[in-house]
Design a binder for this molecule. Structure first.
Ligand code: RP5
Length: 166
């Protein structure tokens, strides 16, 4: 059975950012399960999910959280599955608070942290992790990368015409 990706978020207020990760994983046909679990407000549910995640068929866990963003670190403490943290930008401090809380993990319990609000990259990175042992997924990612390159080159071609560059 294909490994699933879990996406956990500290609050449903994170969903507008997290949606990009959900859509990206679905576009790659990766089974995804999404939950609101908070390291602070629902610590037992969050820890229980992480403890059982490997047996439940997950291959990667993505955690999105803002402010004092402990979710990714707490989840990582309860599993050896790779955990990817998305620091969420909140109304204060522009997300720097969540970035530092997520990225500055002490030695022994790593969290792979993407950019502030970097939900799309969290999805792609989780797909790349699964693709190490999934040739079909690896091929899909190569096509996705090729399409992205083509889109950028096409934008450059249009710009050359618009600006009459020589
Ligand atoms: C964090 O606190 C959540 O991940 C969210 O980004 C932030 C604010 O949560 P709400 O007050 O909007 O529920 O735990």
């Amino acid at each position: 059975m294909d490994k699933k990706v879990a996406i956990l978020m500290g609050s449903d207020s994170d969903l507008p950012i997290v949606r990009d990760a959900i859509d990206t994983l679905k576009s790659l046909d990766i089974p995804v399960e999404v939950h609101v679990f908070s390291a602070h407000r629902t610590p037992e549910a969050a820890c229980s999910f992480a403890t059982n995640a490997e047996d439940d068929g997950f291959g990667v866990i993505i955690c999105a959280a803002g402010k004092a963003a402990h979710l990714a670190g707490v989840i990582a403490a309860h599993t050896i599955l790779p955990v990817i943290g998305i620091p969420i930008k909140s109304s204060t401090l522009d997300g720097l608070d969540a970035l530092l809380s997520t990225v500055q993990m002490p030695k022994g319990i790593p969290v792979a942290t993407v950019a502030i609000d970097g939900a799309g990259n969290a999805a792609i990175l989780s797909a790349q992790i699964l693709a190490v042992s999934d040739k079909a997924l690896s091929d899909k990612l190569k096509i996705m990368r090729k399409n992205m390159t083509e889109e950028v080159l096409e934008k450059d071609r249009k710009l050359q015409v618009e600006l009459n560059n020589n």
